[in-house]
Design a protein around this ligand. Structure first.
Ligand code: GRF
Length: 205
C-alpha cells in the first residue's frame, strides 16, 4: 500500500477531508504523517485526533536555502516511508513554494489543491482575483506540482457559479466545499493508479 504525507500551514480542512475520506471510503493509501511549517497550525491538532503522526519543521527564521529546508521535509517523509517509489505528498494549504529539487525527487508524486480554475488566477487570493476580474464561474483544481507556480498537470476541477452578491468570504466557502469533495477523489485515483501523466495531461483511466 502507498504511504501518504500531508503538508499543511494552517486550518487543515482539506487535510481533514482527505483523512476522513480515506477511512470512510477505504481508499487504499496509509496516511503516515502530517508535517507543518508552522508550530501553531490548527490542522496539527485535528491530525493528532485522527491518529496521524505530526511533525513540525518551522520555516520562520530558518537560515538555509529553500532546498535545505525541503531536505528536512524529505528526511521526515522518508522516515515515515513516504518515498519516491511508494509515496504520495499532498500539499493542503502549505504556504511555501517547493524547490525544483524536491519536485524532481518526487516527480508526479506531489499534488496540490488550488481555489480557482487553473490556469486562471494562480498564486494567492484566487477567490478575490476571480471576483475582481468579474468572471461568472470559478472553482477549484487538484493538480500535480511542477516547478512553476500552480502550473502542473491538472487532475480534477470543479466549477462553482459566482453569484451577483458574492463576497470573497461567501465564494471561498462554496469553493471550499468543492475542494473537500475533489481532493479526496484525486487521492483515490492516485492510490488506485488510475492517473497517467503524458506531457501536460493527466489522463484518468
Ligand atoms: C484552501 O483554500 C486551498 O485551496 C488553498 O489553501 C486553503 C487551505 O485551506 N491552497 P485548509 O488549510 O485546507 O483549510
Amino acid at each position: 500500500m502507498l504511504n501518504l504525507g500531508i503538508l499543511i500551514s494552517g486550518r487543515g480542512s482539506n487535510m481533514e477531508s482527505i483523512l476522513k475520506s480515506i477511512k470512510k471510503k477505504k481508499i487504499p493509501i496509509k496516511p503516515v504523517v502530517v508535517i507543518s511549517n508552522k508550530p501553531n497550525a490548527k490542522g496539527l491538532k485535528i491530525a493528532e485526533k485522527l491518529g496521524v503522526n505530526v511533525e513540525v519543521i518551522e520555516s520562520k527564521g530558518f537560515k538555509g536555502s529553500r532546498w535545505q529546508y525541503d531536505k528536512k521535509i524529505i528526511e521526515i517523509l522518508t522516515k515515515y516511508g513516504v518515498t519516491q517509489k511508494n509515496g504520495l505528498v499532498c500539499l493542503a494549504g502549505f504556504m511555501r513554494i517547493i524547490s525544483p529539487e524536491f519536485v524532481k525527487k518526487y516527480k508526479n508524486r506531489i499534488i496540490n489543491i488550488h481555489p480557482a480554475l487553473l490556469p486562471a488566477f494562480p498564486g494567492l487570493d484566487s477567490q478575490k482575483q476571480a471576483l475582481d476580474y468579474g468572471v461568472k464561474y470559478s472553482g477549484c483544481t487538484v493538480h500535480f506540482v511542477d516547478s512553476g507556480m500552480d502550473t502542473g498537470a491538472i487532475i480534477i476541477q470543479s466549477i462553482v457559479k459566482i453569484k451577483e452578491n458574492d463576497t470573497e468570504e461567501t465564494l471561498s466557502k462554496r469553493i471550499l466545499k468543492e475542494e473537500h469533495r475533489i481532493y479526496p477523489e484525486a487521492v483515490n485515483l492516485f492510490a488506485r493508479k488510475k492517473i497517467n501523466v503524458s506531457k501536460r495531461r493527466a489522463i484518468i483511466s
